[in-house]
Ligand binder design. Structure first.
Ligand code: AMP
Ligand code: GLY
Length: 421
């Protein structure tokens, strides 16, 4: 098969790496890809926002399967467009992807089906939202309805802060139309976990759970980032919890989408918080998570392309999905200054001393002039390792990370630490 993977993050490098192991695959393309995918796939220099060119390219290449990594092309209807052009594609339709692209849509669905989530309300005008805020206790959470590149959620500790967030979303239109509607909801407390599941629209199969670390510094300090590390599995989220979330959240969500005539096919990512009232949904994403995927895919034993085809062909009930019991830890190395301002173009060096079974999944990295791999973004790469125990996996990542270098690099030292203390 000829497979085309859309996106350029470490998630997409991990997808390309896993897909390359499939017995079905002959050629892999990454669009636009990065320095990591360049080693396994052919990179195609087209922007992920250029839907017309992507569809034309997929047709021209006679692609057997397109795999969509990021949310923006899903929300823009890439899947629908490819299907209309007769191309098989792994990912939800534009309507189904609303579970991520509209938090109001997701909340309405959850409320209708009694799926546990934070209590709150949606607003289409700033005045009404402000009035509602006056009677709220803090902390309170303000969320933009649409896609905001991970910046659309503000946990306000004072009413002023909440009003400012509201104003910047609704009046200053910081996120454009994504802030036309906002949600104001209660702030929940608890440990967070991500449970991803494959869905063919009828059958759902959960993956192994994972945790990600959103704050930039150790101890969950500093500003939010696109994710600084992940591990799988969290010891506090066992089989019984997975079963409970499957029954109370994921299956009813997939059933509701089918009922509405917009079956959900692809990966459904459920972000959960484990409160004293039980697990509650923080968000849905319509795709693989980043950096969770970098810690999940190394544990997958089954051929990923077989699973993707089962999703596309609505035969997920016919396939057995197997996981390695060995835990996996992934640590993100970022550019100096990230998530604030940073410079790029620094050479990335990897010493020969690095253990051969360490995976480096590249993100903000490109092949520069003269063929050297240089930094090209904030989150530069994810270093992952599996191990017999979480401690083994963790020790292995941290003892090898010294062999990877670029000017100004920084990373968290406490990924998966809570699992081994
Ligand atoms: P999202 O952009 O929806 O992924 O939300 C980003 C992060 O905001 C989540 O991972 C949580 O840490 C936090 N968050 C979102 N909603 C709530 C909530 N109702 N209570 C507490 N934290 C929340
Ligand atoms: N890890 C969070 C996300 O992928 O959105």
């Amino acid at each position: 098969m000829k497979i085309l993977v859309i996106g350029n993050g470490a998630r997409e490098h991990a997808l390309v790496w896993k897909i390359a192991q499939s017995r079905r695959v002959k050629e892999i393309y990454a669009l636009p890809g990065n320095a990591g995918t360049a080693g396994i796939a052919q990179n195609i220099h087209i922007s992920i926002s250029d839907i017309n060119s992507i569809v034309n390219k997929a047709v021209q290449l006679k692609t057997d399967l397109v795999v969509v990594g990021p949310e923006a092309p899903l929300a823009a209807g890439l899947v629908d467009r490819l299907e209309a052009a007769g191309i098989r594609v792994f990912g939800p339709s534009q309507k189904a992807a609303q579970l991520e692209s509209s938090k109001v849509f997701a909340r309405d669905l959850m409320n209708t089906k009694g799926i546990p989530c934070a209590s709150g309300r949606c607003f289409a005008t700033c005045a009404e939202a402000r009035q509602y805020l006056e009677n709220r206790t803090v902390p309170v959470v303000v969320k933009a309805d649409g896609l905001a590149a991970g910046k659309g959620v503000v946990i306000a500790t004072t009413t002023d802060e909440a009003v400012n967030a509201l104003n910047s979303m609704m009046q200053d239109r910081l996120f454009g139309a994504a802030g036309d509607r906002v949600i104001i909801e209660e702030c929940l407390m608890g440990k967070e976990v991500s449970l991803l599941a494959f869905s063919d629209g009828k059958t759902v199969v959960p993956m192994v759970p994972a945790c990600d670390y959103k704050r930039v510094f150790d101890g969950d300090k500093g500003p939010n980032t696109g994710g600084m590390g992940s591990y799988s599995p969290p010891g506090f989220f066992g089989e019984e919890m997975i079963r409970q979330v499957l029954e109370s959240v994921i299956k009813p969500t997939i059933a509701a989408m089918a009922e509405a005539g917009t079956p959900y096919k692809g990966v459904l990512y459920t972000g959960l918080i484990l409160t004293t009232r039980g697990p509650m949904v923080l968000e849905f994403n319509a795709r693989f998570g980043d950096p969770e995927t970098q810690a999940i895919l190394p544990r997958l034993k089954t051929d990923l392309v077989d699973i993707m085809l089962a999703v596309v062909n609505v035969s997920l009930d016919k396939i057995e999905i197997e996981w390695n019991s060995n835990p996996c830890v992934g640590v993100v190395m970022a550019s100096g200054g990230y998530p604030g301002q940073y410079r790029t173009g620094f050479p990335i060096t990897v010493s020969d001393k690095i253990d051969k079974d360490i995976n480096i999944f590249y993100a903000g990295a490109k092949i520069g002039d003269g063929g050297r791999t240089v930094t090209d973004g904030g989150r530069v790469l994810t270093v992952t390792s599996t191990g017999r125990t979480m401690k083994d996996a963790r020790d292995k990542v941290y003892s090898n990370i010294q062999y990877i270098n670029f000017e100004g690099c920084h990373y968290r030292k406490d990924i998966a630490a809570r699992e081994v203390s």
